[in-house]
Design a binder for this molecule. Sequence first.
Ligand SMILES: Cc1cc2nc3c(=O)[nH]c(=O)nc-3n(C[C@H](O)[C@H](O)[C@H](O)COP(=O)(O)O)c2cc1C
Length: 314
Amino acid sequence: MAELSVEIAGIRLRNPLLLASGIWGESGQSLAGAWDAGAGGVITKSIGSEPRPGYPNPTVEEFGSWGMLNAMGLPNPGIAEYPREIAIARDRGALVIGSIFGGTAEEFARLAREMEATGVRALELNLSCPHAEGFGTEIGSTPQDVSDVVRAVVREVKVPVIAKITPNSADPAGLAVAAEEAGAKGISAINTVRGLAIDTTLARPVLAHGIGGLSGPAIKSVGLAAVWQIYRKVTIPIIGVGGISNGIDALEYVMAGARAVEIGTAVAHEGVRVLGRIVRELDDTLTERGVARLADLVGAAHRGFNVPTADARP
Ligand SMILES: Cc1cc2nc3c(=O)[nH]c(=O)nc-3n(C[C@H](O)[C@H](O)[C@H](O)COP(=O)(O)O)c2cc1C
């Protein structure tokens, strides 16, 4: 057996697989189920100040095995209702990371205090939802915004703060640098990629909201590129997310620079048992290759790699 345990933002995880925010994480029972299925930690649905029903249906369009498009509209029960769900998951022994979203730095800071009080081990700031006006990408799309939110939250809480950044920006690594400088202890990359599907019979967007976020295997290389570029710019741990559905996908992210990974759409498609399967696949691959510790492979693809110049001749 290889050593899969890793440390992110000062937290020791039994393995590097985290349940991604928004998939399976709305109730305490479902968070605990993902933990029991083998996750190294579970991230809650992003929670806001007030209960939100989310957008009307259709909110999800499936593209078969390669991905899905969603515009849920951040449905959530609101921070006042949520502590009881976290208590259920924690009572079952789960390592819980609380995800929050807000419209301003002050709102994030207030939510962060309330989320910290539930006993979560870290906070993940959703600075990156591509389809909720006033939240997510709109607030997290410039380094200044990221910096303002992270700084405001870090001032308020003792638990480590992880900034989840958007790929829908010209320079995701610049956003990560801003988060690190503002005091974040980790970066999650990436959230969904802005996307659209059109129903040609009705001549209108498929999703009620129109624009949505693409996830699943279709975005794996987008996530890998973001992690690769961020690794070259920051020193805090990176959590890779986007399109991971097997052990080799997870290993690609680790070699690109991720210390841990999150699994979203694969859980939506296969259920939480996918978490245990990916852990086993990672373990088998490392054992076959004679690698004792996963942590030794973090960023391995960067070692000795130099971008060739276009005019280089062998
Ligand atoms: C249905 C759905 C809901 C999501 N809700 C959230 C959310 O509440 N907060 C968040 O930070 N990310 C949310 N995400 C983004 C995922 O956490 C993840 O970053 C993204 O889907 C890419 O990973 P994947 O390809 O493994 O799904 C959601 C994704 C999906 C598909």
